[in-house]
Design a binder for this molecule. Structure first.
Ligand code: TRP
Ligand code: ZN
Length: 917
């Protein structure tokens, strides 16, 4: 069933209070719900029927104002409960039975390692009890959990603990006639959340857990208790998550004036989880992957990811929870904004830990580069394929399919553009106004933009098109320098490609940050800007970007603009879209010399990196069309060599410079993709860089290989990153010295970053030493599921070496490994997901074996967990990008899945949209 944004109507019935009593049992959990319901006078006609959502619930009792309803007074179908005649205001009382043990979809109430956990976003609450399960119905919750004390010593829900105590025995005997009553000791706890919230923010946890705790005084002087709950034995791994939480709380107070509003804030780690983490009010539930940070099992990258996800979920407390979404089409209202906030948080934390101002700027650039890499290698392809949608979609079959990189990451770019347009202070004013107007409400994206606009005296009407138009805009830049007139002319044309259901596009409002870099001296020029309209040139008020006085933020609003820069004393090179000021593709014909200059001199570190990326992409594409690396790549080698030697550049930044664009990103630049050829070309360039600079890579490796104890701080992490990228290049030369060095690092490492980097480098060699290292790694970490995930993923993404069999064969063998389970999302993502989404050349093997594997796995996983299956199904959505023989095989695989019954809505939407278009 298609849900349309334009069909929104306010809820007919509102719920003010909810009382829930859970009697927790693996197969027969009982949920008693008491709702105070009233007709929404603004929306519902006087005799509107009451319709509640409910799925996979067995209704045991139904009362209105204490009276049981006759069988004829209500109707139940697969997804709802309807009562035709109800009073204006009443108390609804239901008792339902659910089976958490059978819940392999991990939506609603489910089991993980003996405990009980919930996941309600987006529509999981209806799998717990009958309810108007939509975000614009906000209620106050009081929740009692009852469970056997021995099995579930810890009972948690949202808000504050009211009271707790013991029970002699299983309380379900009341309604069950004692059928499966047990004689163990039970206990109970009651929680109350004072903040009205939508049902998707409800949570409970009942499990054997222990907490680490910290007490904190908020800015206004309230004392709060912070807890991180994990399984016993993992306490020592929670320090970094707790520190990150404290930093997030402080940061939101300082940067946005937003304070923690609860007496208690809890984070719970769980091993089975569909996504990264969930912002349930006061009771965040996290994939364990984003909680545990111990140098022996977590890499520097994992440390950063924990900080960022802890921040993200915490920041939702205001952007998402205090002000929530009116309907799910508005998802980017909370997600785009909260991603923007977590990105800024991470950037500020990196900057704060830097040694000086220059390092702080470069650390911010590193964070920006990482975020842009994700956007360009995942969101740009999505925006160019059959699943393309605006950040605020117009229609969906299954809302779970719209938790996308577009809604999250492009959504964050849209917020960032607003921030650029109104400036840091203007953005703060806008956010203040947003909370002043909408605290406690469920609102739309439009209301957010209006708050930013009104607080800054702007209309931002054209800017709103970013919310409705899909596809990545392209900005074509043409520059011309007139030496006699000392004038540089820059013509900028925007073009928005068509997307599914959106053939015609209108120009967007694009903040385009520009600087002029001297071709000879590499120095930024002062900017005196005019805009030519017809044959008039009018001066433009100079709007300096927050990156400095030599960067101007040009505002593109029409299909074509011509800007003129006067008093330019020497030939410049345009540095375009500095800091990646908009989520667009910038087309400009830089030649190798211009790129080399920008790589060496651009004062904007992002664009320095961007120049190197352009250089790399151009080289890979040239080699792909037949050029010899030795002929094509000499200028590139000189540029990379010089940057490698430039010790004024921070190591973390240099590592970014040397990390090649992903195969996926390069594939986007091509019209037809032959993944094997693409991999050969990219590896050819890589190998050439490795061999041409072999001695420097070896040197960079040894000079950054410090023998000091591990510390996860960004400066040490940066050194490790540079050291390890150097090692990877060096090992790529296949020299014995390099391989010895990698094996030695693998064995001697005192931290996961260095150990796994050495193993990763060894994967680019063949033979026994590689295989021995792979085996030793598994022996060492056999008891660590999160580390085994890395081990699975590493092998699933291996490039096949000459003496190897197909990687798919290895993947199939690994699926028989005792640690593998199709029920655990992290395992499926690590092995099957990494192979299908992260090993382009092997997955797209010409014989179609990858596609057969894909259809078999999509169907197998779909029977257990549709959300995870549907993510996997996305691996084929760009099938039209590939060579014709592959397209035919992919279409066949898609049709096979599409015809299969049963098939979830989740997977059906993906395969049908892939086949259409
Ligand atoms: N709101 C969560 C976040 O972005 C995302 C999330 C967690 C989610 N679990 C989910 C979304 C399950 C859909 C289904 O922080
Ligand atoms: Zn989120």
């Amino acid at each position: 069933m298609t849900v349309h944004r334009s069909d929104y109507t306010p809820p007919s019935w509102l719920v003010d209070d909810v009382r829930l009593v859970f009697d927790l049992d693996p197969r027969h959990t009982q949920v008693e719900a008491t709702l105070s319901v009233r007709r929404n006078p603004a929306a519902a006609p006087p005799h509107a029927p009451l319709v509640l959502d409910g799925e996979q619930l067995e209704l045991l009792e139904l009362r209105i104002d204490g009276r049981a309803l006759d069988a004829g007074a209500y109707r139940i179908d697969e997804r709802s409960l309807t009562v035709d005649r109800v009073p204006e205001r009443f108390e609804l009382h239901t008792i339902s039975r659910i089976d958490p043990q059978a819940n392999t979809a991990l939506s609603g109430l489910y089991r993980s390692n003996g405990g009980y956990f919930t996941q309600c976003e987006a529509e999981g609450f209806r799998r717990i009890t009958w309810f108007p399960d939509r975000p614009d119905v906000m209620a106050r919750y009081t929740v009692t959990l009852r469970a056997p004390r021995e099995a579930c010593p810890v009972l948690l829900s949202n808000g504050n603990l009211v009271d707790a105590g013991s029970l002699a025995h299983d309380p379900r005997a009341r309604t069950d006639g004692g059928a499966d009553r047990d004689d163990r000791e039970w206990h109970w706890a009651t929680w109350h959340d004072p903040f009205p919230k939508p049902s998707y923010l409800f949570a409970l946890v009942a499990a054997r857990l222990v907490a680490t705790e910290r007490r904190l005084r908020t800015r206004s002087g309230r004392d709060v208790l912070l807890q991180v709950w994990v399984e016993p034995g993992n306490e020592a791994r929670t320090g970094h998550a707790m520190d990150s939480l404290e930093r997030a709380i402080r940061w939101d107070e300082q940067r946005f004036g937003l304070e923690l509003d609860l007496d208690r804030f809890m984070i719970v780690a769980v091993g089975d989880f569909n996504m990264g983490a969930m912002e349930n009010k006061g009771l965040n539930i996290f994939n364990a992957k984003y909680v545990f940070a111990d140098p022996h099992i977590a890499t520097d990258h994992d440390f950063a990811a924990v900080e960022s996800v802890v921040g993200h979920e915490y920041f939702h407390n205001w952007t998402g929870n205090r002000v929530t979404c009116r309907d799910w089409f508005q998802l980017t209202l909370k997600e785009g904004l909260t991603v923007f906030r977590d990105q800024e948080f991470s950037a500020d934390m990196l900057a704060a830990r830097s040694e000086d101002a220059a390092s702080a700027a470069s650390a911010r650039a590193v964070k920006r580069i990482e975020d842009v890499r994700v956007l360009r290698s995942a969101q740009f392809p999505e925006d160019a394929g059959p699943m393309a949608h605006p950040i605020r979609p117009d229609a969906y079959e299954e809302i779970n399919n719209f938790y996308t990189v577009t809604v999250y990451e492009k959504g964050a770019e849209v917020i960032r553009m607003l921030h650029t347009l109104v400036g840091r202070d203007g953005f703060r004013r806008g956010l203040d106004l947003y909370f002043q107007r909408h605290d406690g409400q469920a609102v739309t994206c439009d209301e957010f933009v209006s708050a930013i606009a009104d607080a800054n005296g702007l209309a931002l009407e054209q800017f709103r098109r970013w919310y409705s138009q899909a596809g990545t805009p392209r900005v074509r830049a043409r520059g011309h320098y007139d030496a006699t007139a000392r004038r540089y002319t820059l013509e900028l044309e925007q073009h928005c490609p068509s997307a599914p259901g959106q053939p015609d596009k209108v120009p967007l409002h694009i903040p385009f940050a520009v600087g002029l870099v001297g071709f000879d001296d590499g120095r930024d020029r002062r900017l005196r800007i005019g805009e030519r309209v017809g044959d008039q040139t009018r001066a433009l008020a100079f709007r300096a970007g927050e990156t400095g006085e030599h960067t101007a933020v040009l505002e593109l609003t029409r299909a074509r603009h011509v800007f003129v820069f006067d008093d330019v004393d020497a030939m410049p090179i345009a540095s375009l879209a500095r800091g990646f000021s908009a989520p667009v593709v910038v087309e400009h014909d830089y030649d190798d010399t211009a790129l080399a200059r920008l790589a060496a001199h651009d004062s904007d570190p992002f664009n320095r990196w961007e120049a190197v990326q352009r250089f790399l992409v151009a080289s890979i594409v040239a080699v792909l069309s037949g050029a010899e690396p030795a002929q094509r790549c000499a200028p590139l080698v000189r540029t990379i060599g010089a940057l490698l030697e430039d010790s004024a550049l921070d190591p973390a930044f240099r590592e970014q410079l040397f990390t090649l664009p992903s195969e996926g990103f390069v594939a986007e630049q091509l019209t037809v993709v032959d993944p094997g050829a693409l991999r050969a070309a990219r590896n050819g360039v890589r190998r050439y860089l490795a061999e041409s600079l072999a001695a420097q890579w070896a040197d960079a490796w040894s000079s950054h290989a410090r023998r000091e104890p591990y510390s996860p701080d960004p400066v040490s992490a940066g050194r490790r990153a540079l050291k390890n990228v150097a090692l990877a290049y060096w090992v790529d030369t296949q020299s014995d010295d390099a391989i010895d060095a990698a094996v030695a690092q693998f064995d001697a490492a005192d931290n996961m970053t260095d150990r796994i980097a050495a193993l990763q480098a060894l994967l680019h060699t063949g033979g026994e030493r590689r295989d021995a290292a792979i085996a030793r790694f598994a022996e060492r970490y056999g008891g660590e599921p999160l580390v085994l995930d890395k081990w699975f993923a590493l092998q699933a993404t291996m490039h096949r070496q000459p003496a190897d069999g197909p990687v798919l064969q290895r993947v199939r063998e690994l699926m028989r490994h005792p640690a593998y389970s199709a029920r655990n999302p992290n395992r499926v993502r690590a092995l099957v997901g990494s192979f299908c989404n992260g090993n382009l050349a092997e997955f797209h093997a010409a014989d179609g074996s990858g596609y057969a594997f894909w259809s078999e796995q999509v169907l197998a996983v779909d029977a257990l967990n549709p959300q995870i299956a549907s993510r996997l199904a996305r691996a084929l959505d760009r099938w039209r990008k590939f060579t014709p023989d592959r397209q035919a095989k992919m279409r066949e695989a898609l049709e096979r899945v599409s015809a299969h019954r049963p098939l979830s809505n989740d997977v059906r939407e993906i395969v049908e949209k892939s086949l259409a278009a």
